[in-house]
Design a protein around this ligand. Structure first.
Ligand SMILES: C[S@@+](CC[C@H](N)C(=O)[O-])C[C@H]1O[C@@H](n2cnc3c(N)ncnc32)[C@H](O)[C@@H]1O
Length: 244
């Protein structure tokens, strides 16, 4: 719809998406993924950094909802790289179709009741406690917030303005919105933004639906992109990403 007094079509689609999407999420949701990152993936990256001299980490939380997932990733990374954190170049991209959850994520403000699964020492390290009327709220500390960039992105948009050099893409509990052919297309498209040997993580109730030609199973809903199996270029017939 266009014209005075009416929302334009883009805004209507956005309001519709904001109304119909299910945004359930939590800090440290499906914790075995974060155990895997802490115990396997990050030590591997640290070892690679020692030999290559490149201390770079690029992570994409696709369908991040209100931000608990990317902030949990940021806490996991900082806790694991520890005292050497300032020597690392860490960037976490967090995307979602829903603009209102992204606004909440950017604010970094959460109810105290949402922090139950955050270990106490981690909570104290990365969150500020509200006072007065905000005593039942916490806010993510700036050093954690600065690692995460939030961006609106629709999985089925014709092009994505997203880099192609991720070491890890995590896309949990979002594919449920799509039929199996579209799920396959989204998984393949996401994996084109991974480097060779990069990791791909799905939600626990999701499966790869036979995508094993370019992904190798490394654990429960944890996969690794086979080197050379899938060029990180756009799907045939699709417009190129603006940011290859
Ligand atoms: C249930 S939440 C999952 C949040 C988080 N990944 C987790 O597992 O805790 C699903 C998210 O998918 C997003 N989503 C739904 N359709 C989408 C689309 N077409 N493109 C991008 N994100 C979408 C929703 O807005 C919602 O925030």
């Amino acid at each position: 719809m266009t014209g005075a007094g009416h929302k334009d079509n883009g805004t209507e689609i956005e309001l519709f998406a904001n109304a119909v999407t299910t945004n359930k999420t939590a800090f440290f949701r499906e914790p075995h993924h974060f155990d895997f990152l802490r115990q396997i993936w990050l030590p591997e990256r640290i070892e690679q950094a020692r030999s290559s001299g490149s201390r770079k980490l690029r992570i994409w939380s696709a369908a991040c909802s209100t931000g608990e997932e990317p902030y949990t990733l940021a806490m996991t990374v900082l806790d694991t790289i520890g005292a050497t954190a300032s020597a690392w170049d860490v960037q976490i991209l967090a995307t979602d179709i829903n603009s209102s959850v992204l606004d909440r994520a950017r604010s970094g403000i959460y109810g105290l009741d949402t922090t139950e699964d955050i270990p106490r020492a981690t909570l104290e390290r990365y969150f500020l406690r509200g006072t007065g009327q905000r005593a039942n709220q916490v806010r993510v500390r700036p050093e954690l917030r600065k690692l995460v960039t939030f961006q609106q992105l629709n999985f089925i948009a014709p092009s994505w303005s997203v880099p192609k050099d991720f070491h890890l893409v995590i896309c949990r509990n979002a594919l449920i919105y799509f039929d199996s052919a579209t799920q396959r297309m989204i998984v393949e498209r996401l994996c084109r933004h991974l480097i060779d040997d990069g990791y791909f993580i799905l939600g626990h109730s999701e499966s790869l639906l036979g995508h094993t030609s370019f992904l190798e199973r490394e654990g429960n809903t944890i996969y690794r992109k086979r080197a050379g199996a899938l060029p990180n270029s756009p799907l045939p017939g699709r417009p190129a990403s603006k940011n290859p």
